[in-house]
Design a protein around this ligand. Structure first.
Ligand SMILES: Cc1ncc(COP(=O)(O)O)c(C=O)c1O
Length: 391
């Protein structure tokens, strides 16, 4: 049999997905109202042990709703990592706010030490808010991202947030199911530590609704307001009174039906992700030019995305590796081009992002779907090892 393509990350529908979606269709509730939406929210809130959740159209929409809810507006500064998918930075732009870019730590997540340095050296606290001295702008929030299912140093970031009066919006879009295991937040799910957290159910995530997201928070009033904003800020369904402007950001019942079925499978997916990750680590243990990166030890990761890293940063060699794998019908990809180097964001401040650059020059993500077969994992590993022989 010819080598069929092994994709990076595809959905796994082996549970009640069709049954629940059919139920939604049979009930003729397919749009932004219906029983599956509240069931999905309730079950997710139960799983993550938060009082409430708001299902929305995407993770990006969820991030935007959080920024709007916390009053981040024109000119306010939001501290963001440069190494992340662009969505959180775009959400900052939707509010006409100003991103300031930070490097990453040794696990690709926002460098808390560099954030501390910036706040202590370049900002001052006055009248209960933090102001960047050079621009006079208010630093309003930070948006740490739990990259690839790893975790940020939330102990340190939350201490900084408290000292500098910042809102923390945790981008947990990639880390659904991850649980902190050390420090002050041991036992808590990623996304439930900050003032709000955002999940994504895009097609490549550990569970999917096709497209979709969810905002979670321990602050029930925040979730209520975010839900209101997500439904065009509509006070009632008869007279259509609006006290604020809102967005068409609510999840549909069809998506939620899919999501509820996927959530039932989450425990199994987490196990499979970890088992496949362990297989990769074992099979590539003797690879001399690179290896699988570990996840940080402060949390039980969801092992969402697997990173294969060259031992020496070398973007030309990374690109040769990508071509080598693609030529064997194996989909791999580099890390996202760093955001502070992207055209729309070059005009904003960025700290020294040398660590992120080294990751960018070294890492390719390799197939990580939960329905990968052992034979496919073998094929990926053999292809990676063959590159060593050739290069
Ligand atoms: C780090 C990160 N933030 C935000 C998002 C946005 O989520 P969505 O695609 O659901 O809008 C994604 C992924 O898609 C992501 O990877």
């Amino acid at each position: 049999m010819p080598n069929t393509t092994i994709c990076l990350s595809v959905p796994n529908f082996s549970g009640n997905e069709k049954k629940y979606v059919n139920e939604a269709i049979d009930a003729e509730w397919v749009s932004t109202a219906g029983a599956f939406i509240s069931r999905f929210e309730e079950e997710m809130a139960k799983t993550l042990e938060v009082p409430q959740a708001c299902a929305c159209q995407s993770g990006t929409a969820g991030l935007h709703l959080c920024l709007r809810h916390f009053g981040v507006g024109a000119g306010d500064i939001v501290l963001v990592p440069t190494l992340t998918f662009i969505a959180p930075i775009n959400a900052v732009m939707y509010q006409a706010a100003t991103p300031v870019f930070f490097d990453c730590d040794s696990h690709m997540c926002m460098d808390a030490g560099q954030v501390e340095e910036y706040l202590s050296r370049e900002c001052r606290v006055e009248d209960g808010k933090t102001v960047e001295i050079s621009s006079g702008k208010t630093v309003k929030a930070m948006l740490p991202v739990h990259v690839f299912g790893d975790h940020c140093d939330m102990d340190r970031l939350m201490d900084l947030a408290e000292a500098y009066h910042l809102y923390v919006i945790e981008d947990a879009t990639e880390s659904v199911g991850g649980v902190f295991s050390k420090g002050r937040y041991a036992g808590l799910h990623t996304g439930t530590v900050g003032h709000a957290g955002v999940l994504s159910f895009n097609g490549n995530k550990i569970i999917t609704t096709g497209g979709g997201g969810m905002v979670i928070s321990r602050d029930a009033a925040a979730i209520e307001h975010i839900r209101y904003l997500s439904q065009q800020a509509k006070n009632d369904t008869l007279y259509f009174v609006h006290e604020e402007y809102g967005y068409n950001y609510r999840m549909t019942n069809l998506q939620a039906a899919l999501g509820l079925a996927q959530l039932e499978e989450l425990g199994g997916f987490l196990e499979t992700k970890r088992r496949n990750y362990d297989q990769y680590c074992k099979k590539l243990a003797d690879c001399h030019y690179g290896g699988i990166l570990p996840f940080g030890s402060g949390a039980v990761s969801n092992h969402w995305f697997y990173s294969f890293s060259l031992r020496q940063p070398d973007s030309a060699r990374r690109d040769r590796l990508i071509r080598h794998m693609t030529g064997r019908n194996i989909q791999v990809r580099p890390i996202w081009k760093l955001n502070h180097t992207q055209t729309p964001f070059r005009r904003f401040r960025a700290m020294d992002c040398g660590t992120a650059q080294r990751f960018y020059d070294s890492v390719v993500n390799i197939p990580c779907s939960t329905n990968l077969t052992d034979a496919q994992i073998n094929r990926v590993c053999q292809a990676l090892l063959a590159f060593e022989a050739e290069s």
